[in-house]
Design a protein around this ligand. Structure first.
Ligand code: PBG
Length: 329
């Protein structure tokens, strides 16, 4: 009771505030998403993601060494695939000498201790820009899962430590875990995008990989038949518990900031690490507002990643990871 309890007493100096701080950001919190392109010497800035780049393999090698030296321990690889290589079944995704497979080897050669995570989904390889096979205006679930399992195996063979299915097909974690076990990849982890919402915040990412659903008859215009309805909360826990039963080692909520209630629900409901993806649209909003001088970039970035961790994230996939390392000093 006042004045016996004055909450401001513990806020009087930065030293004291730091002693009673509940949430501390560290380099091990982060997963760094990286976009990879074919070619040499390429470092292409993504228009809707200022300060973020698509890298060719030689620059990828430099980047991962830089990240490792900053204390960052994990990368999440995405590839931009030439239109000529795309088809409905994402066949190129299984090419043992494809860009993803070479990217995995490049990172592992350059920096063997770096934890390599890989995106498993058909959309960058799909001529229709969907995460699964399109047929008769629908996305085929089970046929897609079978391909995703092969894709995960192919990444494991190339040296991936953790495969990260971002597609939201039902049952795909079980398919993947079973195939990896059968083939002897017992230690390959699965980070499942278990509660991934049909969000409008993925726009800049789809620019980065040229992977948006195409506007054609009989091709669904959005991903709402597989990604979750942003209005749903209880369902996120159900999705996540099912993925853990099917063999997921790490689960994920995506996007971040708008879904922190979900993050806390899941953190309370599960006994595996929870990751959160602070997505491209969240990055773009902060960059755009701070370019105009409307927000203090560094302060807003730290506040958001802290909020994500406070909500229950054990890991944060973030385009701001390097910025945060500079800010931590
Ligand atoms: C697709 C995938 C998406 C992202 C990661 N994997 C986009 C989508 O579902 O359309 C989005 C990441 C971001 O916006 O930063 N499998």
């Amino acid at each position: 009771m006042f004045p016996l309890q004055r909450n401001r007493r513990l806020r009087t100096s930065e030293a004291l505030r730091s002693m009673v701080r509940e949430t501390i950001i560290t380099p091990s919190d982060f997963i760094v998403p990286l976009f990879v392109v074919e070619g040499k010497g390429k470092k292409e800035e993504i228009a809707s993601m200022p300060g973020y780049f698509r890298l060719s393999l030689d620059n990828l090698e430099k980047e991962v060494n830089e990240l490792w030296n900053m204390g960052l321990k994990s990368v999440l690889l995405f590839v931009k695939v030439d239109d000529k290589l795309k088809d409905n079944a994402g066949t190129e995704a299984l090419n043992p000498d494809g860009l993803m497979q070479r990217a995995i080897k490049t990172v592992k050669n350059a920096c063997p201790e770096m934890v390599v995570m890989t995106d498993v989904a058909l959309d960058p390889f799909s001529s229709f820009g969907h995460d699964g096979i399109v047929s008769g205006g629908k996305i085929l679930n089970d046929d897609t899962s079978a391909i995703l399992a092969e894709m995960a195996l192919s990444h494991a063979k190339a040296g991936a430590d953790i495969v990260a299915p971002s597609d939201m097909m039902d049952g795909r974690i079980f398919e993947m875990r079973t195939l990896l076990e059968d083939e002897g990849y017992h230690d390959t982890g699965i980070m499942s995008y278990s509660a991934k919402y049909a969000s409008a915040f993925y726009g800049p990412f789809r620019d980065a990989l040229d992977s948006a659903p195409v506007d054609l008859k009989d091709v669904p215009k959005d991903k709402k038949t597989y990604q979750m309805d942003p209005a749903n909360r209880t369902e996120a826990v159900k999705e996540t518990l099912m993925d853990i039963d099917e063999g997921a080692d790490i689960v994920m909520v995506k996007p971040g900031l708008c879904y922190l209630d979900i993050v806390r629900d899941i953190k309370n409901a599960v006994d595996v690490p929870v990751s959160v993806y602070q997505v491209s649209g969240e990055y773009a909003m902060i960059k755009a507002a701070s370019e105009r001088g409307w927000l203090d970039h560094d302060a807003v970035v730290m506040e958001q990643v802290t909020a994500i961790k406070r909500a229950g994230a054990d890991l944060i996939a973030s385009y701001f990871a390097k910025d945060v390392m500079h800010l931590l000093g």
